[in-house]
Design a protein around this ligand. Sequence first.
Ligand code: ATP
Ligand code: MG
Length: 478
Amino acid sequence: MIKKLLDRIFNSKSAKSLAHASTTVNPTHKAQQRSKLTANHAHKQPDLPHHGALSIAHKTHKIDRNLLSNAALKTTEGLHKAGFEAYIVGGAVRDLLLNRTPKDFDVATNATPEQVNRLFRRSRLIGKRFRLVHVLFGDETIEVSTFRGSHLEAEGDAKVSDSGRIIRDNVFGSIVDDALRRDFTANALYYNPASQEVLDFHNGYADIKAGILRMIGKPETRYAEDPVRMLRAVRLSAKLGLKIEAQTQAPIAKMADYLADVPPSRLFDEMLKLFLSGHAMQSLAALRAQQLHHGLLPMLDVMLEQAMGKRFIMMALQNTDQRILAGKSANPSFLFACLLWHEMIVAWELHKKSGQHLMPALHLAMNEVIASQAEKLAIHNRYTATMKEIWAMQPRFEQRAGKRPFALLTHPRYRAGYDFLLLRCESGELPMELGEWWTAFANAEGEARSAMLMADSAPKKRRRRNRKKPSATPNVAD
Ligand code: ATP
Ligand code: MG
């Protein structure tokens, strides 16, 4: 009880001292504080100017301030004015140094999530495993995280599994601690927009300039803490053209199984990032080369062994990469529908062989494929609904008689279904003529469109339909 009380008092004191870190440092105590800081991170001493990091000036790094988002600048300014430290950190700094436009901006600060939340009117606290704040300016969201400390220290809210995986990570710390728990040296650079300095704790600047992706600390331990870091290594190296440093690379092959421990929804998020990075083809090739793809998308490895399945998946990824690199959006549902299509075909055939009719067999296969997938990698519900629509539309493209083609054109997902059909034709699964017919049919008008309709070639169905009134005709695909 007393220990708890002392802990609480100590924690609130260290939180306060952290909050005033940037303004209350007495220079005569610098040396003393530096030795304390390195001797024991658990005692969160006020941070020193530069915190013992390499300070890279603007004349060296030459980051163009105009490339920074206004929202990120407003966020760091707001925090600075309130007496906190605040830096743009992580991927944005790395991308700017690589002359790339950052996808998003993250800010790190010594203010607690609650303090950040109170400071910005349009902000909200989010996350459980990793508590942070989203600050909103217009349609931009800046992710603000409080400097994290080491999870190995007892205080605060942290949890580690038996395999060493970090389950919760809410121990706050100093900027030094925060840099130490980031994944790669290139991701541990802190840019202060006010002074235009970059603080570099782990030689990330030199690594970026040398084109190297290097894990901070002992790679084995860092992968055990969070196996997703293996996927991040593959994704970031493919996307940024960085070479994974030898020791960072070495443990990956033997630690691939650790991914089985990661919650399926987190794996999905990471795979989505990988597939929508604009470098999906390279990333998938790298995942396979490193034996990391097993179990991520069950059966994907089997499909990639089959000529037609491989062709289909490669074409889908190529399409997605081209769209992303051209600045267009790519629909995750479409992509995952593609990745699982040949698995669908196998399951569908099995159900047809066991005596099920075409559409019931398709629906059984869809549910099965999605369910088996969810054990490893949980595709969000909002995507599975569209995936099923795209799949369920496919048999309808093979019906080119009567009113059915007109009805299909008005389907809200027609475009996605049609693009999917084209991929099936181009990969050799269906004759090209079918895709061409639909292209022409959609573009034709009035009489010309009606003239394209084929004679109903299904005598059995026609006989059945003839017995009913035309208005009661069931749609085979519904
Ligand atoms: P991207 O360009 O895909 O956004 P990123 O490196 O910015 O790449 P984020 O997921 O946005 O990736 O993470 C922001 C920062 O948080 C990273 O740069 C890194 O410093 C840190 N980080 C993210 N994931 C991890 C992790 N699994 N382990 C340690 N640090 C991480
Ligand atoms: Mg990022």
